[in-house]
Write a protein that binds this ligand. Structure first.
Ligand code: UDP
Ligand code: MG
Length: 147
């Protein structure tokens, strides 16, 4: 069982798509263990996207990611890290397959609906970054044995 970190980005909040994206995740059979709205600041973006700091689009990415609150989710399931990446679709929504979240809801690479951790190591670090070890709940669902 893996837990991964998802951020519903500002465009998702602005376009009233929060529930639609969460519905896709739940429909897939992923379990929501944590959910909170957060206003991100420059410091957390510098940390979260430090590998992109040299890119020309970084200032715009930072401005965008801090433009309104985001929704952070801790989501679990078998192979949840790669399953969520698959359900999310390609980084560029114009290239993402129909049926994926980005493929169905997005048109621009900067406003691409959601962030999802890309490995076990990053998931661990990112869950700690956004949830600080708090407000992530382990619980059983009646459907756990049948999913
Ligand atoms: N991004 C961008 N322009 C680019 C490439 C990336 O604005 O040319 C942004 C985009 O929002 C993306 C984020 O930087 O989601 C992180 O990039 P990464 O390659 O990690 O993609 P992801 O893991 O989000 O699919
Ligand atoms: Mg990434």
């Amino acid at each position: 069982m893996q837990t991964t970190l998802i951020l519903l980005k500002p465009d998702t909040v602005q376009r009233s798509l929060i529930w639609k994206v969460i519905a896709r995740l739940e429909r897939k059979g992923l379990k929501i263990n944590g959910l909170k709205m957060m206003q991100l600041d420059d410091a957390i973006i510098n940390e979260h996207y430090d590998f992109l700091m040299d890119k020309p689009f970084f200032p715009m990415l930072k401005e965008y990611m801090t433009s309104c609150p985001v929704v952070a989710l801790a989501v679990s399931g078998e192979n949840a890290i790669s399953v969520v990446r698959t359900v999310a679709g390609a980084t560029n929504p114009q290239e993402a397959q129909p049926g994926t979240i980005r493929g169905d809801f997005g048109m621009t690479i900067d406003a691409n609906i959601m962030h999802a951790s890309d490995s076990e190591d990053t998931a661990k670090v990112e869950l700690q970054r956004f949830f600080k070890g708090q407000d992530v709940f382990e619980y059983s669902k009646i459907s756990d044995d049948t999913l």
